[in-house]
Design a protein around this ligand. Structure first.
Ligand SMILES: NC(=O)c1ccc[n+]([C@@H]2O[C@H](COP(=O)([O-])OP(=O)(O)OC[C@H]3O[C@@H](n4cnc5c(N)ncnc54)[C@H](O)[C@@H]3O)[C@@H](O)[C@H]2O)c1
Length: 393
C-alpha cells in the first residue's frame, strides 16, 4: 500500500502497521519530499516496508506495486486527490484496488457525494478511516453491554466528547482548508462513535434513523485577545482569529429511533479549549440498569516528573500532550488504544478479500450530512427535523 501524505496521521498509521498482516508499505507520497523521506525511514525502522518516495499522486498510483492508498492530507485535498486517483484508475494507468481516506471525508456534502460517485465509477473498494469505532475499549464495551441486554432493554443514551487545547497545524484552524472548526475536526468522530454504540450488533446501520438534530457552536478561548496573539505567533502569522475564526467549541444532540420507534439520543461535545494533560476522549453508553464508560485520560500508566527535572516538550506520553511535569497520564501504545491497529487490520483484510470494510465512504457521507445539519441547526438556533431542506447543497 501507499501513504498519500506524510504528516502526523500517516505516521500513526505507519506505527500501527506492525499489527497489520499480509501488507507492506511500498510507497509514500508527499508534496514535501522531506516529509516523505522521514515517514519512509520510520517505516524502515518499524520493519513495515522500504517505501519509495514520491511527490506526485499520479506517479504513486501508477507504481505497479501499489494496490491500495491511505489518504491522510489536509481536508481540502481529499476531494482533488480522489479525483486524480480515480482518473488514473479509469484511464487504466493503475493497479489500484482500494482507497482509504481519513476523516472527515470532505469539506462538505456536495464534495463527499462526488467522491462517492467517483470511487463507484472507478470500481474501487473504499474505506473511511474513522478509528474510534475500532478502539478496543469501545468494541469490547459494546460487546459486553449488548450481549447482556435484549433488544427490548437496548441502551437509550450515548455520550461522547473529544477535547484538547487546539490542533497542531495551521490548516486545521482555517475553515476554507478544513471545512470548519472543532465540529468538523472532531465531531465526525463522536457522531460515528455514538451511532456505533447505540446500534445493536445484529442491526443494520440503516435500522437506526435520525429524527432531529440540535446543536450549538461557540468561540470560547481562541478569539480572546491574548490567544489570538498566541495563535498568530505559533502559526507564524498564518492564522488570525481576530478576522476569520472557526468555532473552538461545539455540542450537538442527535435524536434517533429504531425500527420499533424507540427513542435514542446521542450527545456530542467537542472542544479546542480543554487545557488538560492531552487529548481527552470520553464515551458513555447508558440503558436501564446499566452503563459503560471510557476515559482515555484514566489509563493504567502514569509517570511523574518533579520540579527539578527539565523534560523536553513533546508528545511522547499522550497525543496533544500539554505538560511535562507532575503526575501525567500516559498511554502505552496509542495506535492500539485509539483503534488504528484494528482499523488498519480490518481495512487490509477486507481489501485483500475483495470486501467493502465496515466503515466505508457511505458512512463518511452519512457523517458529512450529519455535520452539515449540526452547523445548520447551530446557525439557525433551532432543532431541525432530519433531513432538513437544502442539506444536499
Ligand atoms: N483519525 C484521527 O484521529 C486523525 C487525527 C489527525 C488527523 N486526522 C486527519 O488526517 C488528515 C491529515 O492530517 P494530519 O494531521 O496528518 O495533517 P498534517 O498537516 O500533519 O500532514 C499532512 C501531510 O500531507 C502532505 N501533503 C500536503 N499536500 C499534499 C498533496 N497535494 N499531496 C501529497 N501530500 C500532501 C503534507 O506535506 C503533510 O506531510 C486530515 O484529514 C485530518 O483530519 C485524523
Amino acid at each position: 500500500m501507499a501513504f498519500i501524505g506524510a504528516g502526523f496521521m500517516n505516521s500513526f498509521h505507519a506505527k500501527s502497521w506492525t499489527a497489520v498482516r499480509d501488507s507492506e508499505i511500498v510507497a509514500v507520497c508527499s508534496t514535501s519530499l522531506q516529509h516523505a523521506r522521514t515517514l519512509a525511514e520510520l517505516c524502515g525502522d518499524r520493519n513495515v516496508g522500504t517505501p519509495k518516495c514520491y511527490t506526485d499522486v499520479s506517479a504513486t498510483v501508477q507504481d505497479p506495486d501499489v494496490d491500495a492508498v491511505w489518504i491522510s492530507v489536509p481536508n481540502d485535498l481529499h476531494f482533488p486527490i480522489t479525483q486524480v486517483i480515480c482518473e488514473e484508475k479509469m484511464q487504466g494507468n493503475s493497479n489500484l484496488r482500494a482507497i482509504a481516506c481519513e476523516k472527515p471525508l470532505a469539506l462538505n456534502v456536495p464534495q463527499a457525494k462526488e467522491m462517492v460517485r467517483l470511487v463507484e465509477k472507478a470500481g474501487l473498494l473504499h474505506g473511511y478511516l474513522e478509528n474510534q469505532v475500532y478502539a478496543p475499549s469501545l468494541v469490547r464495551g459494546k460487546e459486553i453491554i449488548w450481549s447482556h441486554v435484549g433488544d427490548a432493554e437496548r441502551p437509550y443514551l450515548a455520550k461522547a466528547s473529544e477535547e484538547h487545547s487546539g490542533p497542531h497545524e495551521p490548516w486545521f484552524w482555517q475553515k476554507h482548508r478544513s471545512g470548519g472548526g472543532a465540529l468538523i475536526d472532531m465531531m465526525c468522530h463522536t457522531l460515528e462513535a455514538t451511532r456505533y454504540l447505540l446500534t445493536a450488533p445484529n442491526e443494520n446501520k440503516s435500522d437506526v434513523t435520525v429524527k432531529s438534530v440540535s446543536a450549538e457552536t461557540a468561540n470560547l478561548k481562541w478569539t480572546r485577545p491574548g490567544y489570538v496573539e498566541r495563535l498568530r505567533e505559533s502559526t507564524h502569522g498564518q492564522v488570525d482569529y481576530s478576522k476569520a475564526a472557526a468555532e473552538d467549541f461545539a455540542r450537538a444532540s442527535i435524536a434517533y429511533e429504531d425500527k420499533q420507534g424507540t427513542d435514542l439520543i446521542a450527545e456530542n461535545t467537542v472542544s479546542w479549549c480543554f487545557d488538560g494533560p492531552g487529548v481527552r476522549l470520553f464515551f458513555e453508553l447508558l440503558g436501564p440498569e446499566y452503563h459503560m464508560q471510557v476515559n482515555s485520560l484514566e489509563p493504567e500508566l502514569h509517570v511523574f516528573f518533579g520540579r527539578n527535572l527539565k523534560p523536553t516538550p513533546g508528545e511522547y506520553l499522550v497525543e496533544k500532550q500539554a505538560a511535562e511535569q507532575g503526575l501525567m497520564p500516559t498511554i502505552a501504545d496509542e495506535t492500539f488504544t485509539y483503534g488504528y491497529q484494528s482499523e488498519n487490520s480490518h481495512m487490509v483484510s477486507c481489501f485483500l478479500g475483495n470486501r467493502m470494510p465496515a466503515e466505508n465512504w457511505y458512512d463518511g457521507l452519512f457523517i458529512q450530512r450529519l455535520m452539515a445539519a449540526c452547523y445548520m441547526a447551530a446557525e439557525k438556533g433551532t432543532k431541525l427535523q432530519y433531513p432538513p431542506a437544502s442539506l444536499e447543497d
